[in-house]
Design a protein around this ligand. Structure first.
Ligand code: NAP
Length: 285
């Protein structure tokens, strides 16, 4: 039976540690989240960010625009926040309405406040081996969780299902940086199960019921990033948890695995940016 990789427990431990760290600062780090519209999932995510920021001793502000906001108004707000020294981390909750150019919005965020590591500048640094100001939250959270359970990825075959800019692609680079051998799969991959069966560590970031126990290597590690509601309205991940947890050696539950680690990473990133910006303003590199 697989060991559960408990993201919730580690999140709480990391937030407690952050709280001790921020308590020593002469002012609180600040995270600003811009939310456009009222997509129910986005509203839940944004409220969670506020809740866990508070637990970490971080000030947070949510700026909510109606879904018909003009792109220029959003860009001007981001530019204003870039210049505001009291703001350390800035993110725009995705998805954005269709009339707004997502890439333009993201790349208006100052790379030094880009707490999600979504800007082309920070992604470019990540992909060329230069250190971005902070690492992207979900991949960072996955690595923190593996570290907590002393799981070394060096030399291991890591198969990632899903090639998004926020999970699959950056995680592949971060795994490579740790000397894993990485394969990325997607909707056009042929013979998916033959590939997943060779994974020492299988990461699934799809958002549908896709990973069966027959697709797992015996004693492989299952990292389930996917999150969606099933036909009964129950929150679940990509993997058939009951069955896969018999075949796997370790598994992340959904909810309670990668999700909490993403939020913990966001808070760590905010504090890291705060420290970096304050060192810069003191002239320390
Ligand atoms: P995404 O943009 O939703 O894309 C899904 C990926 O899955 C695409 O690369 C797609 O391939 C691939 N895919 C779809 N059907 C497939 C199939 N039958 N076989 C193999 N691959 C398939 O990805 P995302 O934004 O990373 O989100 C993925 C899931 O993770 C969602 O459920 C999301 O809610 C969740 N998520 C969770 C967290 C967390 O903190 N827990 C964070 C981020 C995302 P193509 O590229 O070929 O279309």
């Amino acid at each position: 039976m697989a060991v559960i990789l408990d993201g919730k427990k580690l999140r709480d431990k990391l937030l407690d540690e952050l709280h001790l760290r921020t308590a020593k600062f002469d002012k609180k780090p600040k995270l600003v989240v811009i939310l456009v519209g009222d997509n129910p999932a986005s509203v839940i995510y944004v409220n969670n960010k506020r809740k866990f920021a508070e637990k970490a001793g971080i000030d947070s502000e949510i700026i909510n625009y109606p879904s018909n906001v003009q792109e220029d108004e959003l860009l001007n707000k981001i530019k204003e926040l870039n210049e505001d020294n009291s703001v350390n981390g800035l993110l725009v909750q995705l998805p954005l309405p269709k009339h707004i150019d997502k890439s333009k919005v993201i790349n208006t965020i100052s790379p030094m406040k880009d707490v999600d590591c979504f800007t082309a500048m920070n992604c470019g640094k990540l992909f060329t081996g230069e250190k971005p100001y902070v690492f992207p939250c979900t991949p960072k959270g996955i690595l923190l969780l593996l570290d907590e359970y002393n799981i070394d990825v060096e030399g291991k075959h890591v198969v990632i299902v899903g090639r998004s800019n926020i999970v699959g692609k950056p995680l592949s680079v971060m795994m490579l940086n740790r000397n894993a051998t990485v394969t990325i799969c997607h909707s056009k991959t042929e013979n998916l199960s033959q590939i997943t069966k060779t994974a020492d560590i299988l990461v699934s970031a799809v958002g549908k019921k896709i990973i069966e126990d027959s697709m797992m290597k015996v004693d492989g590690i299952m990292i389930d990033v996917g999150i969606f509601k099933d036909e009964n309205g129950k929150t679940r991940g990509d993997a058939d948890f009951e069955k896969v947890s018999i075949t796997a050696s370790y598994i992340t539950p959904v909810p309670g695995g990668v999700g909490p680690m993403t939020i913990a990473s966001l808070m760590i990133n905010t504090v890291e940016l705060f420290e970096l910006q304050n060192k810069r303003s003191l002239g320390v590199q």
